[in-house]
Design a protein around this ligand. Structure first.
Ligand code: PEP
Ligand code: MG
Length: 587
């Protein structure tokens, strides 16, 4: 019977195929005592399995080096984890002290680690236990000679369904020609999802009990964008899917052509289409897809990839490379945005860390953290200002919720400018300072705040979470996370109006800027810049170039009249195909 299941779209792409359900039961470790003379041999057997697991990962790493540029660090961290004291030394200790077999010792070591992680409230850190488990599972498979290769065994092109997959399994799916995957566990920020996105494997995560709700051989349509899964699709759903697929294939060839065209409507109304990136490796794709600068550089990576606070020179090198590569295009670098679901347990170089927060999304996050750690913040600001001489820099402050915060940041920045001037260190005095509009209070106060800053950038990922009270990482309420909620659309319009009335630019850099349907609406709401993942840029450019400014303005007005998200979607479903048949099908 046809059924639609709702999960979280973790990696875009729509595929149809037969399902292969992998029901993996927790591996059971047999237990046996070792005679004393065999203990050393057992330790050697364990070390050999660990070395083999490492070899496999190293091989995988080099085989997919090019495609995995963005997520190489995940594989690197798994390679390091094999040698982690908690896994390696602890298992060896158990083997030697208790004189028991390696499988059992590894299972015990994992149990101890799990107990430690269970005590951690922070969801980001807690999720890292999965990585340790993936690594331990690999070693376990090699030890017990049961390195299950269900993925290879699949034989034909299938969509695989399981409780969870490791990032390495996602990589192997690429070489096994697996069409896509669906899991019960996971969120968009899980490492497996990140790898799937890097490799272009469509995926939906977070569908509870899916391994029980379907069987191998069932047909399914997986939509990695909306997070929907159609089990036993109706002939109508299937034919719509096939049509859509044909259109997408034809349009992706045509899209290359848009890369080099201006971002403007037929009557010359311009909207800057910029890129959101997190790492320098992504700079190539900004240029490849015709990005007109960077609308959001998430600067967290330098703080977490090296296991300690980066010094000013490290940050300067990153920012300089960004600015030099893209000059004279604008590069918007956001100051550190820790907390919430991102790296919330920030650990200082001396090992100290903040206590558990009951509600991290509303806690010591983003700019609040920077203001509480002024030395760390000053280092980042110094690096940014020093880099400013290499291109067109805009500094963006995340999660501002009051005028007071803007003023405190400006004071710190003035202090840094003063020091640099005193020390004869060059910097560009015209660097623009902007704030993210992510909290409803800043929308309401946008007219006041606009007088204090040079630009706004609306962060809808958070604005939706804070205004609709929907935790952006919670699978139970994911279906209520509605970017087209009229409350969200009205807040965007209010911000645009307040910005323009004060003569400043208003950008938007949430995920909705890169999805065709929501991007069309945003073009109609009068934003000056949309910033998105680089591959989405040509799609949005095509929408823009096939529009005229009056029609966009009318679209904006129409959606603002709707009473709920459902009405907005219904209106768009009837309106958009008339203007954009390539994106939304013939009317
Ligand atoms: C946002 O909140 O929309 C945004 C772009 O920031 P992030 O996703 O990094 O929180
Ligand atoms: Mg945000």
């Amino acid at each position: 019977m046809p059924r639609t299941l709702y999960g979280i779209g973790a990696s875009p792409g729509v595929v149809v195929g037969r399902i292969l359900v992998l029901r993996r039961h927790t591996r059971r470790a047999g237990w046996y005592h070792l005679p004393p003379q065999q203990v050393d041999l057992e330790v050697a057997r364990f070390r050999q399995a660990a070395a083999m697991a490492e070899d496999e990962l190293v091989r995988l790493r080099s085989q997919f080096a090019a495609e995995l540029a963005d997520s190489m660090s995940i594989i690197d961290s798994h390679i390091l984890m094999i040698h982690d004291r908690m896994i390696l030394d602890c298992s060896i200790e158990i083997i030697t002290e208790q004189k028991i077999n390696a499988e059992w010792a590894l299972a015990q070591a994992l149990l101890r680690i799990k107990k430690k992680f269970d005590r951690i409230a922070d969801p980001y850190i807690k999720a890292r236990y999965n990585d340790i488990k993936y690594v331990a599972d690999r070693v376990f498979g090699l030890l017990s000679g049961r390195e299950t290769d269900e993925l290879t065994a699949a034989g034909e092109q299938v969509i695989v369904v399981a409780h969870d997959f490791s990032p390495e399994e996602a990589i192997r799916m690429r070489s096994e020609n697996i069409l896509g995957f669906i899991t019960e566990k996971g969120g968009v920020t899980s490492h497996t999802a990140i790898v799937a996105r890097s490799l272009g494997i469509p995926a939906v995560v977070g569908i509870e009990h899916i391994t029980m709700d379907c069987a191998s051989g069932d047909t399914v349509i997986l939509d990695g964008i909306s997070g929907r899964v159609y089990l036993d699709p109706t002939p109508d759903q299937r034919s719509r899917f096939l049509e859509n697929e044909k259109r997408q294939r034809a349009s992706s060839e045509e899209l290359d052509f848009y890369t080099y065209l201006d971002s403007e409507t037929v009557d010359g109304y311009r909207v800057r289409l910029a890129a959101n990136i997190e790492m320098l490796d992504e700079l190539d794709s900004v240029l490849r897809y015709g990005g007109e600068g960077i609308g959001l550089f998430r600067s967290e990576f330098d703080y977490f990839s090296r296991g300690g606070e980066p010094d000013e020179e490290v940050l300067l090198a990153t920012y300089r490379q960004l600015l030099e590569t893209l000059a004279p295009m604008p590069v918007t670098i956001r100051t550190l945005d820790v907390g919430g679901d991102k790296f919330s347990k920030y650990v200082h170089a001396d090992g100290a860390c903040y206590d558990y927060e009951r509600n991290p999304a509303m806690g010591l996050r983003s700019i609040r953290f920077s203001l509480r750690e002024p030395a760390l913040f000053k280092t980042q600001v110094r690096a940014m200002l020093r880099a400013s001489v290499y291109g067109h820099l805009r500094i963006l402050l995340p999660m501002i919720s009051s005028l007071e915060e803007v003023r405190r940041v400006k004071e710190i920045m003035d202090g840094v400018r003063h020091e640099l001037t005193r020390d004869h260190v060059p910097f560009d005095s015209r660097v623009e300072i902007g704030i993210m509009i992510e909290v409803p209070s800043t929308v309401i106060m946008a007219d006041t705040l606009a007088a204090e800053v040079d630009f706004f950038s609306i962060g809808t990922n958070d604005l939706i979470q804070y205004s609709l009270a929907i935790d952006r990482g919670n699978e139970y309420v994911a279906h209520m996370y509605e970017p087209l909620h009229p409350a969200v659309l009205r807040m965007i319009r209010q911000t645009v109006d307040a910005g323009h009335a004060n003569g400043i630019e208003v950008a938007l850099c949430g995920e909705m800027a890169g999805e065709a349907m929501t991007a069309a609406v945003l073009l109609g709401l009068g934003l000056d810049e949309l910033s998105m993942r680089p591959p989405a840029i040509p799609h949005v450019k095509r929408l823009l170039r096939n529009s005229c400014s009056r029609q966009l303005a009318e679209l904006g007005e129409q959606v603002l009249q709707c009473r709920d998200g459902h009405e907005v979607r219904e209106f768009l479903a009837s309106y958009l195909p008339w203007f954009y048949p390539q994106e939304f099908g013939e009317p």
